[in-house]
Design a protein around this ligand. Structure first.
Ligand SMILES: [Zn+2]
Ligand SMILES: [Zn+2]
Length: 220
């Protein structure tokens, strides 16, 4: 165990405030990461405020995590100390169901484990997220990040980015396609940038005329 600084909500109405948590020592397949950046996803707010119900307190949100590997378990081959690594919305799943075997762990039939407010499979309690200085995660749920990227900009790709990248890839978006993005929020601006990068003609739809200029800049 290692004590780690974090920001936690102690109740649905409390602001996030400093709190010390314990992270497990790396097990054979674990990667320990010093968190350098963590994006702010609206799910973090919904969970901290218990707007979806079921929030366990104290709650440490954050599932757009980028950091540096500080230790690895004995059996970890894919990562070494010093690597830049990321963690997204989930940190475990059963690995045995059809969805897990088809690389769709997010749809695990036995329940994937969220990066925060999820139940650890080993019964050790509920998960605490990336608004903290360090996290220990099974290597199967850690991602390699190139160290020449601006890491503060990489962090939001771990949730908002993949959420919008996934449907664009699914529909094989590219040159000759027209894509409409409804709303230029956290996900919307990712959608605009990704669809433009894929070569599509992108139209942004919004209630707010003031976002017209912003969307022109974002799409460059
Ligand atoms: Zn998210
Ligand atoms: Zn599964």
């Amino acid at each position: 165990m290692a004590s780690t600084k974090s920001y936690a909500a102690q109740s649905a109405t409390a602001s996030l405030a400093p709190w010390t948590i314990d992270r497990r020592a790396p097990k054979p397949h674990d990667v320990q990461i010093e968190i350098l950046y963590c994006g702010v996803c609206h799910s973090d707010l919904h969970t901290a405020r218990n707007e979806w119900g079921g929030t366990l307190y104290p709650c440490v949100p954050g599932h757009e995590i980028v950091g540096r590997v500080t230790a690895v378990g004995d059996h970890v081959k894919k990562y070494k100390v010093g690597d830049i690594a990321g963690v997204g919305c989930l940190v475990d799943s059963c690995r045995e169901c059809d969805n897990c075997k088809n690389d769709l762990e997010q749809f695990c039939s036995n329940g994937m484990v969220g990066t925060y407010n999820g139940q650890e499979k080993d019964g050790s309690g509920y998960t605490l997220g990336g608004y903290s200085k360090s996290i220990t995660v099974h290597e199967d749920f850690v991602l390699h990040i190139a160290d020449n990227l601006p890491l503060e900009a990489v962090a939001p790709l771990l949730c908002a980015g993949i959420t919008t990248y996934s449907p664009l890839r699914h529909w094989k978006i590219g040159k000759g396609h027209k894509v409409g993005v409804l709303g230029l929020g956290g996900l919307g601006h990712m959608g605009v940038k990704l669809a433009v990068a894929m070569g599509a003609e992108v139209t942004m739809l919004s209630h707010s005329a003031s976002k017209e200029t912003v969307s022109k800049i974002k799409s460059k």
